[in-house]
Design a protein around this ligand. Structure first.
Ligand SMILES: Cc1ncc(COP(=O)(O)O)c(C=O)c1O
Length: 420
């Protein structure tokens, strides 16, 4: 069967299985931009998105009653599972704890102490998202250095930030290019994922890249911002805390560490904190803001998530499932003779396709969704949560093997249009 025929068949199957979502979409289009509450939810490689009925653990159900194993986990935001139960049981313990008050509580101290112990940075502030935390980190770096410039790595995503749409980019793993860009002397910060998880599959740093990155930024008087938002899949202290020689000036976390409640965190060294105080008026003009930031509810859930979910034992189990998934995919790909490359970072598995082929990526997403398996919508990462079982991994492998067999017998090649 040709690739076009596979795509047409899969799209027809999707439509047949999602009549209620199709009706909801028609209705939603009259009230929501593109029929969705956030524009990118309309960009899944499906004829139209399904609308959610419920989500629990690593499972979601749509309003047509279709069940899915969720390996997409909202781009790691739901890494610890769809956590209604955790949140409700925390609230049941003390529903009077409040949501947001503008006052500090012990939970925030416990969370900061926990993060300091994991990552080695002594002082912390909290935001509403990783995007927000990266923006804060870049602002602190500009205050501390008095410089305007920001340098990022090609293909790396750090959030929907104006600061980064204009930032200069250099290739990951290219110290000479980094050295040349830093030589101009106007760079306040280099922002980096310690292992690249965005931009077409996991890319590990070359041997010696991390120490060189640190050496070059120090020599140039630029600060190093490490974004562990997604690399926290690697282990309880992300990549930084596992002995990389990175020693960042600022570290950012987000997405998952309050069981998916909106939160971000910025860790900083004492010199960065001193620079903040030196440049910020006591009235907080030019300082850090946000009345919703560090509310009691997200702080409680961050404490609970860090203390009960983000444990060595949980990471060991998740990584073992992810390793079996990566091995199974690699085996199926090699048997089919396809030039795809599987990579893993802790609980995350990615599959790099030649030229990051968007048609093939979209085909795989649709094919798996039709068989009750969701992977990441941009880039196709599969992420294992503590709720994921060996049988769930087998279900993903079975669906992926079926796709690989069909694709290998009829490679899609370039298509005139994307799937939709
Ligand atoms: C590495 C990294 N940093 C930051 C962000 C921004 O996260 P959010 O959209 O939750 O603010 C993302 C989002 O995908 C990310 O992958």
């Amino acid at each position: 069967m040709s690739a076009e025929a596979i795509i047409a068949r899969e799209r027809a199957a999707y439509r047949a299985a999602h009549p209620a979502s199709e009706r909801m979409r028609e209705r939603a289009r009259r009230a929501l931009l593109d029929g969705v509450p956030l524009h990118w939810m309309d960009l899944y490689a499906l004829p139209y998105p399904f609308y959610l009925d419920r989500a629990e653990g690593n499972r979601v159900r749509d309003i047509d009653g279709n069940d899915y194993l969720d390996f997409g986990l909202c781009g790691t935001a739901a890494l610890w599972g769809h956590s209604g139960a955790e949140i409700l049981s925390e609230l049941a313990d003390d529903p009077g704890g409040g949501v947001v008050s503008g006052w500090p509580g012990e939970d925030s101290v416990r969370v900061a102490e926990n993060l300091a112990g994991r990552f080695g940075l002594p002082l912390w502030q909290f935001t509403l998202s990783a995007t927000d935390a990266n923006r804060t980190a870049l602002r602190l770096a500009r205050l501390a250095t008095g410089r305007p410039g920001v340098l990022a790595f090609t293909g790396c995503y750090h959030g929907n930030l104006d600061e980064l749409t204009t930032a200069e980019r250099v290739e990951f793993n290219d110290p000479p290019a980094l050295e040349r860009a830093l030589a101009r002397g106007d760079i306040a910060a280099v922002i980096a994922e310690p292992v690249r998880t965005t931009g077409g599959g996991i890319a590990a740093p070359d041997d010696g890249f991390h120490p060189r990155l640190r050496e070059l930024t120090r020599a140039a008087g630029a600060l190093l911002v490490v974004d562990e938002t997604q690399t926290i899949v690697a282990g309880p202290a992300g990549v930084t805390g596992s002995g990389t020689g990175l020693d960042p000036d600022l570290l950012v976390l987000g997405k998952s560490f309050a069981f998916g409640l909106p939160i971000g965190a910025v860790g900083m060294t004492q010199p960065v904190a001193d620079a903040f105080h030196a440049h910020t008026h006591p009235s907080n003009q030019g300082g850090l803001g946000g009345t919703l930031n560090a509310g009691q509810l997200p702080m409680r859930m961050a404490r609970r998530c860090l203390e009960t979910a983000m444990t060595e034992a949980a990471y060991r189990r998740m990584s073992a499932h992810a390793a079996r998934l990566a091995d199974g995919l690699d085996d199926a790909i090699r048997r089919a003779g396809l030039p795809w490359t599987v990579a893993r970072l802790g609980a995350m598995v990615t599959c790099a396709l030649p030229h990051n082929d968007p048609t093939l990526r979209d085909l795989l997403f649709l094919y798996l969704a039709n068989r009750g398996v969701l992977v990441g919508c941009f880039g196709g990462a599969a992420v294992v949560s503590p709720h994921t079982t060996a049988a769930d991994v087998d279900a993903l492998l079975d669906a992926a093997r079926a796709a690989i067999t069909e694709i290998a017998s009829e490679p899609p090649g370039p298509q005139p249009d994307r799937l939709r």
